[in-house]
Design a protein around this ligand. Sequence first.
Ligand SMILES: [Zn+2]
Length: 503
Amino acid sequence: MAYRVLIAQFMHETNTFSKLKTTLDDYRRRWLIDGEEMVPRFKGTRNEVGGYIDSAAKYGWEPVYAAAANATPSGTLTKETWETIRDRILGAAKKAGKLDAVCLSLHGAMVTETEDDAEGALLEALRSIVGPDVPMVATLDLHANATVKMAKNANALVSFRTYPHVDGYDRAVQAAALVQEALTGKKKPRCLLSQPAMLEGADHGRTTQPGVMRDLLARADAYEKEPGINVVSIQVGFTWSDIPYTGPSIAVSHEPAAEARAREIARLMIDEIWRRRDEMSADYRPVADGVAAARARSDKKGPLVLADGTDNPGGGGYNDTTPVLQALLDAGIQNAAIGTIYDPGTVRQAMKAGVGAEIDVELGGHTDQSMGKPVKAKALVKMLSDGVFRNDGPMNAGVLSDMGPTAVLRIGGIDVVTISNRIQTTDLQVFLSQGIDPRAKDVLVVKSVQHFRAAYAPIAREIVLVDSGGICSPDISRLRFKKLRRPIWPLDGVNDPYAGARS
Ligand SMILES: [Zn+2]
């Protein structure tokens, strides 16, 4: 008899400081897929579901597909959204009858109107359905605010080891391999988690250059070769979340006999995160520095890439702030392109006017005008489309993305990809699918803080990360935490990583 394995995805990175609640429509805009429909959508893609699909075939499992749900990061999930998707997954688990294992693709930083630890609640509910002995694993984003409840209810938490995240597929394959070993009786994995009194750490997980995160991952790789140690995962946390569990953590999946060693490994890893807590590589610059770089002549090939990191929709940014666009217009910068500005009203206006028309726009800046007012300008409608493209990678290669109805507007010397669904600029297709060759531009603006590097660093002559005053500010003194555990570094005078720590 083939092993029956439930496969489900429920992802969200919740920025609780966003004023925008996350709804079922937000999921529909990214994806909200039921049961078997997951297979044609993700088979052959490089995301976690693609990894589970291939693993199920490899091990001859009988997969039970529950649901796949993902939405662009934004504010707290409404109660309805959380319960609807949760109940699809729980319903599939109940309906399946006997299940031999569960493979999940989660984020680990999802917050709902009723749950500060939504993934913990989901894992606990699934555990109560399948019973204590069924292996259950979850992949997590490395920006998870992971919890003891998640670890207690899972047999392994397998977090991404790359930022930009290009290893979702590989982590699912790793998690599935452990499940197979558990199913065949070779392993009996248990999971523990330890969290220090830290709000941030490990350079937010950046792996694009040597530094603390790469060193931690090298140690994790080495520990995983020890007998009895299955998976050592580093979650660096997602800062913009006012819950008790925000911050870095270490999860270790171990065999029962190796529990003491697993605890020791978690402690050693946390000691290193603590010791190197001041190592931060992100260099946010004023918008004016970005404009100066755009003005400067260069003999190097390729575009200057301005990363509008504080309006990154991948962290819950509104994707419609205007300071960078306005500054480039004021400076008269030519041969530039912006991917993207979220403004469905202006897209509708452009669609009504048609390609070739000139329209008066008030572009962007609609969500929170304290972050920049709408840009009033004449715009030429260059192209209109449905905004759907297939990612080339390296991130999410093969996965369909949907920017919603999309208009390319030429304002001054700038092509603005104006969209109706918020989406982080991670793929060159954000421009290519809109008739814009990113390599031929002198300046590109991307709404992303780090993920864009996977596709854009290879073509960029220079990258400048700017702080345009968006919601994803690196200045944590601007965030008003109420539920966060205290004391915590760096907000309070904490002298050791275990002050008030959870483990
Ligand atoms: Zn992440």
